[in-house]
Write a protein that binds this ligand. Structure first.
Ligand code: NI
Length: 195
């Protein structure tokens, strides 16, 4: 893949994009690898970052804003610190995973649904940043969980796919309700979105 040297992400002002809700086909598609880091891609990432902060997410994957590319952004600290320090993962690849932990998760694409999900406690991952550098990240706990959750979106998986039948039964009607709002094109824009 070709990767051009980039300007700083801070130079591009992102806008808030509508969040795609479960039932939208884009959330079920396997996203395509990024082949070039150019201005269009930097704009998409800037929009994803702005959307993540404004919607109070700790992470956001490109398919959640209707872009079927292998990109996600994460900032697990900002809710506590109010400092924006987004991390960008392009074409991520797991290197290793270790141990298992169960903890609660939610997702902007499944509003108001929370459930315990089993994830690896530690993960090592490689991904390109916006400058086209391949970086390796060792993560643990909440950060590792966020990485696994966002990575799943790139393969068309949502967190409720990973919970047991008993827990899922309790959430079935809520999920069906979201899915029923999908239009004929498979679009189901953020029902919170109001501008
Ligand atoms: Ni999610």
């Amino acid at each position: 893949m070709s990767l051009k040297k980039s300007e700083q992400i801070a130079d591009i002002q992102g806008v808030v994009l509508p969040i795609r809700i479960i039932g939208d086909k884009v959330l079920r598609r396997k996203a395509e690898p990024v082949t070039e880091i150019n201005d269009d891609l930097r704009k998409i990432v800037a929009d994803m970052i702005e959307t993540m902060y404004v919607k109070d997410g700790v992470g956001l994957a490109a398919p959640q804003v209707g872009v079927s590319l292998r990109i996600f952004v994460i900032d697990t600290e900002w809710v506590a610190t109010q400092q924006r320090n987004p991390m960008v993962f392009i074409n991520p690849k797991f290197i290793s995973t270790e141990s298992v932990e169960e903890a609660e998760e939610g997702c902007l694409s499944l509003p108001d649904i929370v459930s315990e999900v089993k994830r690896a406690l530690k993960v090592e991952i490689e991904a390109y940043d916006l400058e086209g550098n391949l970086k390796r990240y060792s993560s643990e706990g909440f950060f590792a969980r966020a990485i696994q959750h966002e990575y799943d979106h790139l393969d068309g998986i949502v967190f409720t796919d990973r919970i047991g039948k008993v827990k899922l039964f309790r959430l079935k009607n809520q999920i069906k309700e979201f899915e029923s709002k999908t239009d004929q094109n498979g679009n189901n824009f953020d029902y919170y979105h109001s501008d």
